[in-house]
Design a protein around this ligand. Structure first.
Ligand SMILES: [Zn+2]
Length: 192
């Protein structure tokens, strides 16, 4: 996988089995989005972006040109993007929590309201966690304190949308400093 063939013409062909993603920064170095390697190489090839960080020892290219394999690229012009929120859905809560019961660490596929809804608990990122059926049933209509069930970590709103899409890739060397300016790496890799 050290080399990928790219045509010398303006159309770039990268093997489709490449499951590699590249972090794309805005011209301001702020996070913009996550692109496939193919898309990132096209941006580089067209001179719309530059490489900020590359994967050690890997190159991509054709007979006529070569790039280091990008891990992070930066757009050379500013792209305006309004702030986006992560939708509060059951699926996204389970993703945030890695489908891991936030009380016992086993696999979970239900949502527990930390402060039960019947007692004024709201549908918020901070009040909803992934829970297994057993813990959900055991906790019932109580708060964690009342049930003496400790949360693994404090739930919080995910930082940004790609965080949920590909958070595993976020642990790649170099990405974290552009993605998680307000939280530390441990939280980034195992999001609260
Ligand atoms: Zn559990």
């Amino acid at each position: 996988m050290a080399y990928i063939l790219i045509s010398a013409a303006s159309d770039i062909i990268i093997k489709k089995d490449m499951k590699t993603y590249v972090l794309v920064l805005n011209a301001s170095y702020e996070f913009l989005n996550i692109a496939t390697l193919e898309r990132a190489v096209k941006l580089l090839y067209k001179g719309k972006a530059e490489i900020v960080e590359a994967v050690d020892g890997k190159e991509i290219g054709s007979p006529s040109f070569k790039f280091k394999m990008p891990s992070i690229i930066r757009m050379l012009y500013f792209i305006f993007r309004p702030h986006r929120d992560v939708a509060l859905t059951k699926k996204n809560i389970l993703l945030r929590d890695d489908h891991k019961c936030q009380y016992c660490s086993r696999e979970g596929d239900t949502i527990d309201h930390i402060v039960p809804k019947s007692r004024g608990g709201e549908d918020t990122w901070e009040n909803c966690v992934c829970s297994c059926i057993n813990c959900n049933t055991r906790k019932n209509n109580r708060t964690p304190e009342e049930a003496n069930m400790k949360l693994l970590k404090k739930p919080r709103k995910p930082v940004y949308i790609p965080w949920i899409l590909i958070k595993r890739d976020a642990s790649k060397v170099g990405w974290a400093k552009y993605l998680f300016w307000n939280i530390n790496i441990e939280e980034a890799v195992e999001p609260a």
